[in-house]
Design a protein around this ligand. Structure first.
Ligand code: HAS
Ligand code: HEM
Length: 559
């Protein structure tokens, strides 16, 4: 890679990982508050909801978006042997960094404690919305540039199968581009004018519907970089081959058509949206689990193949032949742990998706239990592993503390399993999410105190503490590697899994057009009725609120 691209990728890793220190700190604080260890609304002048907003936005929006762009640059350059346009890439980086700084300033100053879903009627400072929009637009610029590179490459290589990692990257950013259009509309047309005081109220149902058009597709935008690693790298790291490259193509295209038209499964409790559309999107949600089942079987088969090549025997004993603790293939440890967590993350997702079961778990701590097994599982572990891998290769520096580096993903996994068990168990007993329980339910001095959630929140604290230690060790390895002396030339050399079976090119699975058409049709069918229900919502438009106060913020002349 050129010096320019190397520096861009390194900056796109360094900036979010630096911010992640704040995100991880607040994760620890949340489990401490929630377990009733402290009975305060804030610590070090940072309020619970301010911390929860910083935690959600930094960990789940800033880190994941920067990483997806950095990994996309590396993937496109490595597989297509073409570098991105320097002007577009610089513009994209500047937009992303400046946008992030704007949003961070708004959150740190306490003017944007609106959580990462920024639902109205909670109101943030306009800098938060504008900053987030800039981060998103910056990532679009990178995507448009890759699309141009791909079209040029395809013209020169008509009869060659597009590499699976490139299909995955382009599918992922196409989902991202389409779903972010809705949130851009929500932010620019509904929220910014309202936040500036130009409009008095906002249609909350419409805003939430536009948000979830984006919000669930967002989780697949987080997930697909990990899937690219599972398909194209993990079998090679395990010492084998990918059982079926075609399965990977089918899975990616299924994500393209099904990631967006399911957002209403977050709104099963919203009264203004009709039952029919809720049922339809519930069924489509089961559909989007299919590419993950395909992935589970394909990757399990690839791993078994690799283990048997290494002399593995028996129905399950072969598992022990996999390179769990080998320092030279440390990425294997990060990815396999992510997969193990995702078995539980996927199963709990299916519980959430079930229309009637959702009533039991919605807004309880079962939900953060579910998503720490997904976004803080396969997604986060793949980001940690790949960020160390890329920094080491791009800077030509050896990994700092390699033994610790191999242990981190196991420690994290043990932490998440304990943490999520606590949250989900508590959730089934009604423990609420987004609540500083230290002030009320777990404060013996409060009238609302009761003992149901003591053990579950203590489990959350124990698991969260272990996650915090693993996160801390990761920072030491990441920054230790970053600031070491260079010992080798800079490069990008991904492990590449060959396909086990020779694969013929089937044009349908090497082209985007029919899939894009299908995507458009399904989205329209799923969302026209939902948007129409939201527009016909006759309820009063909501004035702005702050999280700390149950009365609306009145315009200056009415105060
Ligand atoms: Fe979810 C809520 C349904 C996947 C993230 N989800 C959330 C929220 C987040 C989130 C952040 O239907 C909360 C949003 C908020 O703040 O309100 N989710 C699903 C379903 C799936 C799913 C059906 N979610 C994800 C992923 C996420 C994520 C992925 C992040 C990356 N989720 C829901 C629903 C809600 C929800 C409802 C709303 C709840 C409410 O009421 O608020 C599916 O995509 C899951 C499919 C996955 C599988 C698992 C496949 C297993 C694999 C591992 C194989 C292992 C191997 C290892 C090979 C079917 C691939 C073998 C090991 C050896 C050693 C050999
Ligand atoms: C929310 C703890 C790491 C993403 C939460 C909550 C807790 C928590 C207790 C729920 C708070 C509540 O609902 O009142 C932790 C701990 C971590 C950690 C102890 C590690 C030390 C992560 C990571 C990610 C993540 C790595 C993503 C990459 C989120 C998100 C929320 C959340 C998106 C939802 C925020 C909201 O409801 O607005 N975390 N977390 N967390 N966490 Fe984490």
């Amino acid at each position: 890679v050129s010096r320019f691209l190397k520096n861009v990728i390194l900056a796109e890793l360094f900036v979010p990982v630096l911010l992640l220190t704040i995100g991880i700190y607040h994760g620890l604080m949340q489990v401490i508050y929630r377990a009733g260890v402290i009975h305060q609304a804030s610590v070090a002048k940072l309020d619970y909801y301010q911390g929860l907003t910083l935690h959600g936005v930094i960990n789940a929006v800033v880190l994941t978006t920067f990483f997806a762009v950095a990994f996309g640059h590396a993937t496109i350059a490595f597989y297509l042997k073409k570098e991105p346009n320097p002007r577009a890439t610089t513009l994209s980086l500047i937009l992303m960094v400046v946008g992030t700084l704007l949003a961070a300033a708004a959150m740190l100053s306490g003017k944007a404690s609106v959580l990462y879903t920024f639902y109205p009627p909670l109101k943030a400072h306009p800098a938060f919305y504008i900053g987030t929009a800039m981060l998103i637009i910056g990532s679009w610029v990178a995507y448009w540039d890759w699309a141009v590179i791909y079209v040029r490459w395809k013209r020169e290589n008509r009869d060659i199968n597009t590499p699976l990692a490139v299909i995955g990257t382009l599918v992922n950013f196409t989902i991202w581009f389409v779903c972010t259009l809705a949130v851009a509309y929500e932010v620019l047309v509904l929220l910014v004018p309202w936040s500036l005081g130009w409009t008095a109220g906002v249609n909350v149902v419409l805003a939430r519907t536009l948000f979830w058009f984006f919000g669930h597709a967002l989780v697949y935008f987080w997930l697909l970089p990990s899937y690219i690693m599972f398909y194209t790298m993990l079998p090679k790291l395990a010492g084998g081959k990918l059982y079926s490259g075609m399965a990977g193509r089918i899975a990616f295209f299924m994500f393209l058509i099904l990631s967006i038209p399911i957002g209403v499964h977050h709104q099963f409790g919203d009264p203004s949206i009709g039952r029919g559309i809720k049922l339809t999107q519930s069924i489509l949600t089961f559909g989007v689990a299919i590419p993950s089942f395909i992935t589970a079987f394909t990757i399990a088969a690839s791993l078994e193949y690799a283990a048997r090549l290494r002399g593995g025997k028996g129905l399950y004993r072969w598992i022990w032949k996999l390179p769990f603790f080998r320092k030279d293939v440390f990425l294997f440890g990060y990815l396999i742990n992510g997969l193990i967590l995702f078995i539980f993350g996927g199963l709990t997702g299916l519980v959430n998706a079930s229309y009637s079961l959702n009533n039991v778990v919605h807004n309880t701590s079962f939900i953060p239990g579910h998503f720490h097994l997904t976004v803080a599982g396969p997604v986060f572990l793949a980001i940690l592993g790949m960020s160390i891998f890329l920094v080491s290769q791009l800077t030509g520096k050896k990994i700092f503390l390699p033994t610790i580096n191999t242990i981190i993903p196991y420690l994290w996994t043990v932490g998440v399993l304990i943490f999520s068990t606590g949250l989900m168990w508590g959730g089934l007993m009604g423990e609420p999410r987004r609540t500083n329980m230290g002030l009320t339910y777990l404060n013996p001095a409060s009238e609302q105190y009761h003992s149901y959630w003591v053990i579950s929140s203590m489990l959350g604290l124990a698991g969260g503490g272990i996650m915090f230690i693993a996160g801390f060790l990761y920072f030491i390895v990441f920054f230790g590697t970053f600031f070491r002396k260079q010992t080798a030339p800079s490069t990008i050399d991904f492990p590449v899994s060959e396909s086990l079976h020779e694969e013929k090119r089937i044009p349908l699975f090497d082209t985007f057009r029919p899939w894009l058409l299908l995507m458009g049709i399904i989205i329209l069918m799923a969302y026209l009725p939902a948007i129409s229900d939201a527009l016909n919502n006759t309820g009063r438009k909501a004035p702005p609120y702050q999280p700390s106060d149950p009365t609306p913020i009145l315009p200056k002349n009415e105060r």
